[in-house]
Design a protein around this ligand. Structure first.
Ligand SMILES: C[S@@+](CC[C@H](N)C(=O)[O-])C[C@H]1O[C@@H](n2cnc3c(N)ncnc32)[C@H](O)[C@@H]1O
Length: 445
């Protein structure tokens, strides 16, 4: 098999990344965009030792699950991956992704994976949009980056971002054009205006952040936007570094309140420009509710919430337990967590700033902890952290993960001491490949 060879094939199934696959002379071939049971002509684009990649050049039979993407930019944009299939098929692929990771990475022969907790609303679910600006053919453009590139696709409306974004972007573009504000050029590192970030809470509060390379008076634009959209908080963030990271270190409040309010499971949280919040509010409430159900806490329990961010899970657990301890590496997030504890009148939550792997040993010797919740970043937990848990008396682990591959790796590492009971996928990111999962593990002895 060689690059540019063409074959007529039947797609046998789909892999964890939503690619179709088939076998040609015992070689597995992965085909972007192809769905199970589709008949198509493919062209090989790359061959490596034990597999090959191909693109579809012609569909002969379509799958019943294929649909026309709702977004006109879908084929270019890197934001969504699943718009060419029904949501039913997307759910099935996500459930299989969790099952397969637990089977093949965690080495669980028959993992119990419950049906996915799906989203009732698959559009406009994101509560945070980050939109880069650029210049194309002398015109200001803004939108999402093209798949695997730094080219901006010029658009103002996106089906998964807040609806109000579209009109705000139009106004900003118009203002920048009329007032000759220079747009940042990432190649030369010149220009002022880099990007915007918009946050919208379920209480309909809005925060807008202009990311600029240096402080610039945007008063006229700020006044216009405040008046037209009732924006509660506007910041200028200064980022003068040559970097892909959008936000710089310095946030300057230029209008309105310094934070906006979010309510999760009846607790209020103050959100500032850099606060970590799960991006799908409705599904987050379902995620936390399910995680607490799986934790099955009692009023005598001491519980740890590792990787606690600004304390949203910690404070959600607090009413059900004797005491809960949140651990988080980011100092600012711990400040927010303590503030959130105060405004919610919660007295049995405690927050510790530091790395979980550094804090855990001292902490588990302080109280008779019965359970721990993990919600680590995509890279999962440090082995040294898991090793301390293994030597503890903690009976139950509730592992919340946005990356089932690293979660399964950690479950394998824990498997001599903890038994996987069940896994529940929760769809926090409809139309994308990402899936959140909650796993419960029980101590074997
Ligand atoms: C996926 S977020 C979870 C936040 C929170 N549980 C929530 O639902 O909003 C992961 C958090 O872990 C923190 N973090 C990353 N590495 C850490 C470490 N080694 N020790 C403690 N916290 C860490 C990050 O700063 C981030 O707030």
């Amino acid at each position: 098999m060689r690059v540019n060879d063409k074959f007529e094939v039947l797609i046998e199934g789909m892999d964890k990344d939503g690619k179709g696959f088939c076998h040609i002379d015992k070689t597995i071939v992965f085909i972007e965009g192809a769905l199970t049971n589709e008949k198509c002509t493919i062209e090989i684009t790359n061959v490596i030792s034990n597999c090959a990649f191909a693109k579809v050049i012609n569909y002969i039979d379509y799958s019943k699950s294929r649909i026309v993407p709702d977004c006109p930019y879908y084929n270019l944009c890197g934001g969504c991956d699943m718009q060419h299939m029904t949501y039913d098929l997307e759910k099935e692929i996500k459930e299989n992704k969790v099952k397969n990771a637990l089977k093949f990475i965690a080495k669980e022969s028959n993992p119990k994976v419950k049906p996915i907790i799906f989203a009732d609303e698959i559009w406009h679910y994101r509560n945070k949009a980050i939109i880069p600006f650029g210049v194309k053919n002398g015109k200001i453009v803004c939108g999402m980056y093209q798949k695997k590139s730094h080219e901006i696709i010029d658009f103002t409306s996106c089906l998964i971002e807040p609806k109000i974004l579209s009109s705000i972007l139009e106004d900003i573009k118009k203002f920048l054009t009329e007032n000759n504000i220079t747009i940042y050029d990432e190649l030369t590192n010149n220009g002022i205006f880099r990007a915007i970030m918009l946050r919208k809470t379920s209480r309909e509060e809005l925060m807008l952040v202009f990311v600029l390379t240096k402080f610039t008076n945007l008063k006229e634009l700020v006044d216009l936007l405040i008046k037209k959209y009732n924006i509660n908080s506007i910041y200028i963030n200064i980022n003068d570094k040559k970097t892909n990271v959008v936000l710089g270190d310095k946030d300057i409040l230029v209008s309105g309140k310094d934070t906006i309010k979010e309510t999760i499971l009846n607790h209020d949280f103050m959100v500032s420009p850099k606060t970590f919040l799960q991006i799908n509010h409705r599904q987050t409430e379902k995620l936390y509710t399910k995680a607490i159900e799986m934790l099955n806490p009692s009023k005598d329990d001491y519980v740890i919430d590792a990787y606690c961010g600004m304390g949203s899970i910690t404070l959600s657990i607090a009413p059900f337990v004797k005491e809960v301890y949140g651990i988080e590496i980011v100092e600012e997030a711990i400040k927010d967590a303590n503030n959130n504890k105060k405004i919610n009148n919660i007295n049995n939550a405690n927050f510790i700033c530091g790395k979980c792997e550094d804090i855990i040993m001292d902490l588990i010797n302080k109280k008779p902890f019965s359970a721990i919740v993990f919600d680590p970043p995509r890279k999962g937990c440090e082995k040294s952290f898991l090793d301390v848990i293994k030597k503890s008396k903690i009976r139950k682990i509730v592992y919340i993960s946005c990356n089932i591959a690293t979660c399964a790796r950690d479950i394998l590492h824990l498997s001599d001491t903890y038994k996987l009971v069940e896994a529940v996928p929760v769809d926090l990111f409809p139309r994308s490949l990402h899936i959140e999962t909650i796993c419960t593990l029980i101590r074997k002895d």
